[in-house]
Design a binder for this molecule. Structure first.
Ligand code: ADP
Ligand code: MG
Length: 344
């Protein structure tokens, strides 16, 4: 439905967006994830028509809409700082976009009622927005964006101003409401937990490009490179030098993998292995991928103990069924089939 092709934007000679391609299909909840300053908001503003692109085109259902005015695109926006009108009621706030469209009064009332039902706040119509909690205000902002029946909804860090507990409880509700509306949506965030919780599909923006796009499970299992694995916090990541077919050198020794690596000799690469796959005292020194380590501490995490280890100046994290006393010497083993070799 929405297709961005080759979108470019620079500020002060620096390319912020350097050829962005992105698609959102019918009813899909796409999450655009990226660090602060990576250009997420700029990309949304270009999509909405609030800012011009220097190159590339914006398509809606195969029609080129790059030169259309924002109001001609029928896209809905919800920003973190897109504040509600404080001296109006909930209903008056939700009615705002409908009045702007010049709809007759009875139709406005009917659509406001529908929108408030969608967010489960039908009984709040006559309340002043200043009497509402932060989470309720964000739901009203969502109802205001949904009420004019936009083709596409864009949400820019909508939960950014709320505290963590509230964010966690709202994110699932937001997902249900958005799926229930059947509208395609782009949800922007810099928070990976929020991204994994909301997305049907993730797109990660980095250095002016979409670095990887796919279902959350795909990005979790097969990140395209070391930067992405680190940004997503996927586990232990150590720098290495490839030695094909199936080994790589690291500062404290040599790793062997189950599969052959697809890199030339002596390429800088990174080894990724998950904390749950790191075994403590499972093998004697000298066994494959087994190294001497010192326990820094063990932290109780509920379902497991997070054991922080140091192997010759390098910090590693293991998830273990039991704690290990700080200061003890142990061996750590990483089974060859549990290691992913990623390009730097
Ligand atoms: P994000 O939403 O991912 O945090 P933004 O799209 O807001 O990123 O912008 C990224 C960077 O682009 C900003 O840090 C700023 O340096 C630059 N930028 C954005 N808009 C402007 C502007 N109107 N003028 C100059 N620089 C801008
Ligand atoms: Mg932003």
């Amino acid at each position: 439905m929405l297709s961005l092709r080759g979108i470019k934007k620079r500020y002060e000679g620096q390319w912020l967006l350097n050829g962005v391609d992105l698609d959102v299909s019918e009813g899909e909840l796409l999450c655009l994830l990226g660090e602060s300053g990576s250009g997420k908001s700029t990309l949304l503003r270009i999509t909405a028509g609030l800012e011009e692109t220097e190159a590339g085109r914006v398509f809606w259902n195969c029609q080129d809409i790059t030169d259309l005015q924002p109001n001609e695109r029928c896209f809905g926006l919800m920003f973190q700082d897109y504040a509600l009108f404080p001296h109006r009621t909930v209903a008056q706030n939700v009615a705002f976009g409908l009045r702007m469209k010049g709809l007759p009064r009875h139709e406005v009332e009917q659509k406001v009622t529908e929108a408030l039902k969608t967010i489960h706040m039908a009984s709040f119509a006559d309340r002043q927005v200043t009497e509402l909690s932060g989470g309720e205000q964000q739901r009203v902002a969502l109802a205001r964006a949904l009420a004019p029946d936009p083709h596409l909804l864009m949400l820019d860090e909508p939960l950014g101003a709320l505290d963590h507990t509230l964010r966690v409880s709202l994110i699932h509700e937001l997902r249900r409401i958005l799926h229930g509306s059947g509208k395609p949506a782009i949800y922007v965030t810099h928070d990976r937990e929020e991204a994994f919780a909301i997305a049907d599909r993730l797109a990660v923006l980095h250095e002016g490009h979409i670095m990887q796009t796919g279902a959350p499970e795909l990005l979790f299992k097969k990140p395209v490179n070391a930067w992405l694995a680190s940004f997503l916090g996927l586990g232990n990541l150590i720098k290495a030098m490839s030695a094909p077919p199936n080994t790589a050198a690291v500062t404290f020794g040599c790793f062997t993998f189950a599969e052959s690596i697809n890199l030339p000799e002596k390429s800088a690469c990174a080894l990724l292995f998950r904390p749950k796959d790191l075994l403590i005292n499972a093998q004697p020194l000298g066994a494959v991928n087994t190294f001497d380590a010192k326990v820094i501490d063990s932290v109780f995490m509920g379902d497991y103990w997070q054991v922080n280890l140091r192997v010759q100046g390098l910090d590693l994290e293991a998830h273990s069924g039991q704690p290990h006393p700080a200061g003890t010497s142990v061996t750590v083993t990483i089974p060859p089939e549990k290691i992913q070799v990623l390009p730097q």
